[in-house]
Ligand binder design. Structure first.
Ligand code: PLP
Length: 379
């Protein structure tokens, strides 16, 4: 089955007692046994919930994987996957990783004896050279936020297999519609479902998908042992959202491509970052592993003051953190999401004071372009 069919049907079937087409919200903490020792396969709500199971099967299918696991946030998914490892294990992580992941690794997990290296995983040589005898895990985000650097997934999958290192890709920015890391030999895919997968800015959630039986068994154990599971209602909302994921992603992509056309012809823009542009240094790699470029655009307008006036001049784009919702948002990473990253480090990544990040929504394209053109006049 193709994506747009799977997004609506995978993991779901008419409810048995009534034939309800939509999977119900099984708002229950426990399940009754007919006789002592005879359960229907359901014992306790943290361990298993039918609404959650439907979502897990749906997301597994969208990522071309066998097993899905849902969590109460993207960070809970990151926490659960890092719990696969033990004191003394070395972890390689993309240097320009999501700030919350960096904070969890540096300020929490380091205290439990894990060792972390932050490297430019978009450089195949640097990645390979950073492997140590105790390296057990490579955690990659591609494209990165907000610089949109790309790591070669085929190379990563091959490296992991060769060196017997578990690989995980945070696929939040592309969604399963534009990129499926498992197809490249990656072991685990992670999403903050808060972003594109839910897409309506009303749920915090996360998921992991794998096809590896042994990893799946451990993740199932950890999901139940750690217990950061999502509510049945949140699972139901996400399940409803995945039914339109393909259509939303195409609309995000189309709007973003058209906005890039306007931005790239404006001389006031110092630098434009979008994987779909031929000027992106990894455009060819992007095309080989992503079937679209998504809805995130970063642009450098030249200075802090210009970034402020650009953001304040936008009317449809709302100034907010987060991304991936149907509504367009604008963020100034230096004063919002990346404020805690030291200036020297930020500038090394190209994350300057003039950088602005757009999360392009699915509103009417003409209206969004008019909004951007108006804000450009403020520069
Ligand atoms: C938002 C985000 C996360 C964390 O997810 P939450 O749902 O906010 O906990 C992780 N990775 C990326 C790339 C994100 O954008």
């Amino acid at each position: 089955m193709k994506f747009a069919t799977k997004q609506i049907h995978a993991g779901q079937h008419p409810e048995e007692t009534t034939g309800a087409v939509i999977t119900p919200i099984f708002q229950t903490s426990t399940y009754s046994n007919d006789k002592l020792g005879e359960s229907k396969g359901f014992d306790y709500g943290r361990t298993i919930n039918p609404t959650r199971s439907a979502l897990e099967a749906n997301l597994a299918s969208l990522e071309n994987g066998k097993y899905g696991f849902c969590f109460s946030s993207g960070m809970a998914a990151v926490q659960t996957v890092i719990n696969l490892f033990k004191p003394g294990d070395h972890v390689i992580c993309t240097n320009n990783v999501y700030g919350g992941t960096y904070r969890l690794y540096e300020q929490v997990m380091k205290n439990y004896g894990l060792e972390f290296s932050y490297v430019d995983t978009s450089d195949n040589d640097e990645l390979k050279n950073s492997i140590k005898p105790n390296t057990k895990f490579i955690y990659v985000e591609t494209p990165t936020n907000p610089m949109l650097n790309i790591t070669d997934l085929k190379n990563l999958g091959k490296l992991g297999k060769e060196k017997n290192i578990i690989t995980c890709v945070d696929n939040t920015f592309m969604s399963p519609y534009f990129q499926n890391p498992l197809d490249f030999g990656i072991d685990i895919v992670l999403h903050s479902t808060t972003k594109y997968i839910n897409g309506h800015s009303d749920v915090i959630g996360g998921c992991l998908v794998t096809s590896d039986d042994r990893i799946a068994e451990k993740l199932k154990f950890l999901q139940n042992s750690v217990g950061s599971v999502p509510s049945p209602f949140d699972c139901w909302l996400v399940l409803r959202s995945t039914k339109t994921l393909a259509q939303r992603m195409r609309a995000h992509n189309e709007n973003a491509v058209n906005i890039c056309k306007v931005l790239s012809s404006d001389k006031k823009i110092v630098k434009l970052y979008y994987p779909g542009l031929e000027s992106h240094p990894q455009h060819e790699l992007a095309k080989s592993q992503m079937s679209g470029s998504g809805g995130i655009i970063s642009l450098d307008v030249g200075s802090y003051d210009k970034a402020v006036s650009f953001c304040n001049s936008l009317k449809i784009f709302q100034i907010a953190e987060s991304l991936g919702g149907v509504e367009s948002l604008v963020c100034h990473p230096v004063s919002m999401t990346h404020g805690s990253v030291p200036k020297e480090l930020r500038e090394k990544f190209g994350l300057t004071d003039g950088l602005v990040r757009l999360s392009v929504g699915i509103e009417d394209n003409d209206d969004l372009i008019a909004d951007i053109e108006n804000a450009l006049k403020s520069l």
